[in-house]
Design a protein around this ligand. Structure first.
Ligand code: SF4
Ligand code: SF4
Length: 696
């Protein structure tokens, strides 16, 4: 039987057999694509080493969850749903696009397995997929071009708007959907016109609509539509493939790999250089990232993968208070740098200027609080903290340390704390009047030993206000019957911020001294009320006994019946819990602090809109307290406003640095008397039996 229409493989175009074009287009497309990818791979090959082939199980789970399952997309509902629809439709239609390439050479080709019932189901699915993807593309283009959500905007300092590229790519995807549907519809319309058995088209799908329109077209129009739509699809498909590595849509290709290689652990910091042991660090000619090739290959893959969606910057507290940092542009500037210095023709990236001063600014890199909100949000597993710490290492190596940080860093080096206070004063908080007699605290050493170490860290040891947290922690431990003690003068700053500010050698010295002191003390476990110390001891140190945050100890002992809390008169108080970044996002502790608060009978607690893994950084701890960034307002001020909007008038923190920042922000906001802040340990201690309850 004669076919109802001439297939592309048998057609003649301008006197040349259609099969010639059907062969040449894919061959040229694939060769060009291979060349482009080879060029784009050059910086990855020249980059610093990275270790990303461990934890294969966790990596595969990330691929299924984050890449295939698009797990993080719905965190932004509208954009997330649009992306899921386009992604799913694309996955379904990629099989069809590939089979169309072969159909140009071999008429009637179908992939093995798609000839029978499965093929009918697939055709139904792909008809609807093409329709949904087209609708999603039209809405996405309208959203980008007309609604223009704030997070897509490009501030003048970062260059030109990126809308045109986004809309162009949506146009290419729409062309693929329309041409595929027309190819199918013209054939079925011809079958119907000639009264032969017609293939089934999904009702109300794009192809179904096209078919109903084409039923009225002449055979010549149907034939032209059939051939033209085929070659438009073929050309668009291979043009699209080669266009992807030219800009932000490179993520269509790289995202699978980037998600596979993304970090599987949170809160940790990469070594100075993978493959170089600590003993060999002295032999390194240069520390950290100074030039582009100093980035690891995963970090360059991150640059290629950034989809420019702006979610990271939208959640970044530094960006929110108008510090000169927007993480999205760390990636985009990195990608543009790679494209410029490793162009598709000529050039091998040998002429590289130092990154600081060329594409990144000193203040930009110091502005980060390492809160992790950007990494938590990115749907493509792009990392920022390690890159920023590596850039800081490079700046420290070049002596580019902000003036305000030089003094505290020097003091930590000399005295083990950023205020330069005498080591022997570390335990002074234990001798406070009214506290010492009721709650004697052991100083572990030659004379005294304990089962549990309370690691206090610098701010709770030396800051007059924060010493109250140390005392509250000691009260809780005592009442829970924990045999505990502190290291006193033998404790040094945990070095958590020292490391994140790029002073790796100083960090190593602090870590080694603390490790020796802890191991020599013979303790079996460690407790701390400082999430920065908690994170450092768990993630930056090795070989220590298990470490717990005081909130975990509180909940554990309440559950075991070893700790009971008195009820509270609410007196109009509404509490809200502020998740500290290094307890929540970096260590996943969201419930224990809330359970500890809720264990106080009669207490009323509400959650802020930005809570748990979307918590908003208070302004940063450790050395961040000494850094004076350029900003329009303090992060803490925004946080206090969020608490007020949630209907709270008491903000409970579980970190001494959060308390410093939030108390300060309450004063700056002029909300003293209307808003209060208290540490979780202080709040719990106030409700211990025998403790006098104050009006907080
Ligand atoms: S870690 Fe926090 S402050 Fe730093 S770039 Fe990411 S979101 Fe911004
Ligand atoms: S880093 Fe991730 S979240 Fe940020 S703009 Fe790029 S893709 Fe979006």
């Amino acid at each position: 039987m004669e076919p109802v229409l001439i297939a592309p493989a048998n057609a003649t175009l301008l006197g040349i057999p259609g099969m010639f074009f059907a062969l040449v287009i894919p061959i040229v497309g694939v060769c060009l694509f291979t060349y482009i990818i080879a060029q784009r791979s050059k910086p990855l090959v020249l980059a610093a080493p990275d270790e990303r082939f461990n934890n294969i199980g966790a990596r595969l789970i990330n691929v299924f969850k984050i890449w295939l399952g698009q797990y993080r997309q719905p965190r932004y509902k509208t954009a997330g749903i649009l992306h899921i629809l386009i992604f799913a439709g694309f996955m379904i239609l990629s099989i069809r696009s590939l089979s169309l390439v072969v159909i140009g050479i071999s008429e009637g080709f179908v992939f093995p397995g798609l000839g029978g019932t499965l093929g009918v189901v697939y055709n139904l699915l792909k008809d609807y997929a093409a329709t949904i993807v087209l609708a999603a593309c039209i809405y996405a283009a309208w959203r980008r071009g007309v609604i223009k959500p704030e997070r897509y905007k490009v501030p003048a300092r970062y260059g030109k708007d990126h809308t045109a590229e986004a809309v162009f790519v949506l146009g290419l995807i729409a062309t693929l959907m329309i041409s595929e549907s027309l190819f199918e519809a013209s054939f079925v319309a011809a079958q119907k016109q000639q009264g032969v058995h017609a293939e089934f088209l999904a009702p109300l799908s794009l192809a179904w609509f096209f078919k109903n329109i084409l039923l009225f077209a002449s055979p010549g129009v149907l034939q032209t539509t059939h051939i033209a739509s085929y070659f438009v699809h073929d050309l668009t498909f291979f043009f699209f493939l080669c266009f992807l590595p030219m800009g932000k849509h490179f993520h269509v290709i790289t995202s699978l790999f980037n998600v596979f290689f993304m970090r599987t652990e949170k809160g940790n910091i990469k070594p100075v250089r993978y493959g170089t042991s600590e003993e060999q660090l002295d032999d390194l000619e240069s520390f950290g990232v100074k030039k582009f090739n100093d980035f690891t290959w995963k970090h360059i893959l991150d640059f290629y993968t950034c989809a420019d969606c702006g979610r990271c910057s939208d959640q970044c507290p530094a960006n929110a208070v108008k510090r000169p940092l927007s993480p999205r542009f760390i990636s985009i500037k990195g990608r543009d740098y790679a494209f410029k210095h490793f162009p598709l023709r000529k050039g091998n990236g040998s002429e590289q200027e130092p990154l600081i001063g060329d594409i990144y600014e000193e203040d930009e890199i110091w502005s980060c609080t390492t809160c992790g909100a950007c990494e938590q949000e990115c749907p493509l597993g792009i990392e920022y903290i390690d890159k920023i710490v590596d850039l800081r290492r490079g700046m420290v190596d070049e002596g580019m340390v902000p003036q305000t940080l030089q003094k505290p860093l020097g003091a930590i080096e000399k005295r083990g704390n950023p205020w330069g206070k005498m080591e022997k004063k570390r335990a002074d908080w234990t001798t406070a009047e009214g506290f010492a007699d009721a709650y004697p605290v052991k100083i572990i050493g030659k004379k005294e030993s304990a089962q549990t170490l309370y690691f206090v860290d610098s701010v709770s040891s030396f800051d007059d206000r924060m010493q109250s947290i140390a005392q509250a922690t000691a009260k809780i431990l005592s009442q829970a019957g924990v045999d505990f003690g502190i290291l006193g003068k033998d404790e040094r700053d945990s070095g958590h911020e020292v490391r994140r500010f790029g002073e790796e050698m100083l960090f190593m010295d602090l870590r080694d001294r603390n490790t020796d002191a802890i191991l020599n003390s013979g303790v079996e476990q460690i407790v701390t009320s400082d999430p920065h110390a908690f994170n450092a001891l768990r993630k930056d140190y090795q070989g220590l006994p298990p470490v717990e945050h005081i909130s975990q100890v509180i909940v554990k002992n309440i559950k075991a019946g070893k700790l009971s809390l008195n009820g509270t008169e609410t007196n109009g108080k509404v509490y809200t819990y502020h998740d500290p970044c290094y307890l929540g996002r970096h260590n996943g502790l969201y419930e224990d602090p809330r359970q500890a608060i809720d264990a106080i009978p009669g207490i009323k607690r509400v959650d802020m809109l930005k809570s748990r893994d979307r918590s908003f950084c208070c302004g940063g701890g450790g050395l961040m307290l000494f850094y004076e960034p350029e900003e329009e307002q303090r992060m803490g001020v925004l946080r206090v406003e969020m608490a007020r909007q949630a209907g709270a008038n008491v903000i409970v923190t579980a970190c001494p640095f959060c308390l410093v920042n939030i108390e300060d922000a309450i004063k700056v906001s002029g909300l003293e008397g209307q808003m209060e802040a208290i540490d979780l340990a202080e709040l719990v201690a106030l409700h211990l039996p025998g403790e006098q309850q104050q009006d907080v």
